[in-house]
Design a protein around this ligand. Structure first.
Ligand code: LIP
Length: 262
């Protein structure tokens, strides 16, 4: 698939879904399902439908693997990976920190490579884009990760995914990390955490139990901005442990997590 065309249609789809989110920012949202640490909105589905319609109008045969369902063969050589609203709980509570995340993946052997990434935050009117091998951009301007090489200077985001076992896994890490960094942030959107590291607003982002559609677009944007997207698959479909950073901080993050004092 031509990356330039793929980027263009993904931007069109992200802008359209972002506009739908923004128009519904302060409305009462219809809840389809809720759990202790999660909410599913009717708008999640409507945004995904809007995105799929635009993507498949240009690439009718490319599969879509989305948080709200799959279209076509998700194991095909090429697939879109989409989170129509990343930060759904924020959005449900009218907290303006949520986004649309759209990635194009291409199969290489048994692995999938993130080739194109688009993240749209309609509340801040920000659009992050990247094509693998080219510069990452924010509203068209090139972006780079920070050069902060010490945790004591770093702003680090920690995500608590939807299930209690992830809380149990991440709380001890949070307790070790918090005294050693400038600030901890817990923002509620994996995709925005990744692109904030990509543009130097943050220096690292850690989460265990995050899903592929939350991170695929942000991953290629972060790597294209010079960052490191360290990740390990966990049991469970499309589930990962990630240590995303500016390319300088993972050794110290790992030492802290292993309890080694600096
Ligand atoms: C969210 C992620 C976030 C995670 C939440 C949730 P959603 O995705 O972006 O990092 O901590 O549990 O999974 O559900 O809002 O698309």
């Amino acid at each position: 698939m031509d990356s330039k065309r793929a980027l263009s249609v993904a931007v069109e789809a992200a802008m359209a879904a972002g506009n739908l989110m923004y128009r519904n920012w302060r409305t009462q949202k219809r809840v389809n399902a809720e759990a202790m640490h999660d909410i599913k909105l009717e708008l999640d589905e409507r945004c995904q439908e809007k995105i799929c319609k635009i993507l498949r109008s240009v690439f009718p045969k490319v599969a879509v693997l989305g948080e709200e369902g799959t279209v076509g063969d998700p194991l095909a050589d090429e697939r879109w990976v989409i989170d129509p609203i990343d930060g759904t709980v924020n959005f449900a509570y009218q907290i303006p920190h949520a986004c649309v995340s759209i990635a194009l993946q291409q199969r290489q052997g048994n692995e999938y490579v993130n080739c194109v990434g688009v993240v749209r935050d309609p509340f801040c009117d920000e659009l992050w884009t990247a094509v693998r091998g080219k510069a990452a951009r924010l509203n068209g301007k090139k972006i780079r990760v920070s050069q902060r090489a010490r945790l004591s200077e770093a702003v680090v985001s920690v995500g608590f995914a939807k299930y209690d076992e992830n809380l149990k896994k991440m709380l001890p890490q949070l307790e070790k990390l918090a005294p050693r960094v400038r600030k901890i942030r817990m923002m509620g959107s994996a995709a925005l955490d990744l692109v904030y590291v990509a543009c130097g607003r943050m220096d690292a982002y850690l989460e265990s139990g995050v899903r592929l559609w939350d991170i695929a677009a942000g991953a290629v944007i972060l790597e294209s901005a010079g960052g490191e997207f360290w990740h390990r698959a966990l049991p469970g479909e499309h589930t990962y442990h990630i240590v995303a950073n500016n390319g300088l901080l993972r050794p110290e993050l790992e030492r802290v997590n292993q309890g080694e004092s600096k």
